[in-house]
Write a protein that binds this ligand. Structure first.
Ligand code: ATP
Length: 240
């Protein structure tokens, strides 16, 4: 654990000399950066430069792939205490991934109804009983401004929602597990301008409560949303 995280109250994450390789190919080399509480950090850079890989390092999702290696350290200050992400025992990864939740480029719905998409993780991952899980579902659907659109059809198949609604449902599912850091991998890339605006407004409204790390290819979106921009290229952060 780095003392640097402890030293500054507004620093919630510290990446120190992070290098990542897949199958002996170096994707990222000696990345150093800080994450600040309640700020939206935007990762930008050319296709294939390692933005998604860096996001996935923050909640150990790269572990899901064979022949992945990481060196350096990633320290995160979570409500449970400070954790050295890279050294966490395997049994702690489900909690890490709840606390450091991720929303993907393409809405990744579970097969089943709208409400199942929220209830299932709440029951299985968070261990809530039905009454508490149901209450939390309504709360997060209101927060992502989806409640009025779905409250009369919660048992309909989630795939019947529009792309923008599906992405808001994915965001609701992540928020339902009460994360502290949100990882957003091009969350509007598959959406039209109108739905992009809805998601951007939501992210803006969530900034106070969550530390966010987002990937975007859009310079305009970066200007609209980012508090801090990290530009990656040539395996490193070349601008911050
Ligand atoms: N699971 C994996 N196994 C092997 N190589 C991988 C894996 N995931 C990513 N890579 C490689 O790592 C490099 C960085 O990929 P990554 O998806 O992080 O880039 P990116 O900057 O997010 O790209 P884009 O902007 O196109 O989404 C690429 O060369 C990719 O092929």
């Amino acid at each position: 654990m780095s003392d640097k995280v402890r030293d500054f109250e507004d620093v919630v994450g510290y990446l120190e000399d992070v290098s990542i390789r897949f199958s002996d190919k170096t994707i990222l080399r000696d990345v150093n950066l800080q994450l600040l509480k309640g700020q939206l950090h935007m990762l930008t850079g050319p296709s294939g430069c390692g933005k998604t890989t860096l996001l996935r390092a923050l909640n150990r999702l790269n572990d899901c792939f064979d022949r992945h290696e990481m060196s350096g350290s990633i320290s995160l200050k979570l409500s449970e205490g400070e954790v050295d992400v890279h050294l966490l025992a395997h049994k702690h990864l489900p909690l890490l991934r709840r606390k450091v939740g991720m929303v993907f480029q393409i809405p990744n719905l579970l097969p089943g109804s709208i409400i199942d998409n929220l209830l299932l993780p709440l029951k299985v991952v968070a261990g809530l009983d039905l009454a508490h899980a149901t209450a939390r579902c309504e709360n997060v659907l209101v927060r992502v401004k989806l409640w009025n659109e779905v409250k009369d059809r919660l048992n309909n198949d989630a795939s019947s929602l529009s792309g923008g609604q599906q992405q808001r449902l994915c965001l609701a599912r992540t928020l339902a597990l009460e994360p502290e850091i949100l990882l957003l991998d091009e969350p509007t890339a598959s959406l039209d301008p109108e739905n992009t605006k809805v998601i951007e407004e939501l992210l803006e409204s969530l900034k106070q409560q969550y530390t966010m790390v987002m990937v975007s290819h859009s310079p305009a979106q970066t200007v609209r949303l980012a508090d801090k921009v990290f530009r990656l290229d040539g395996q490193q952060v070349i601008g911050a």
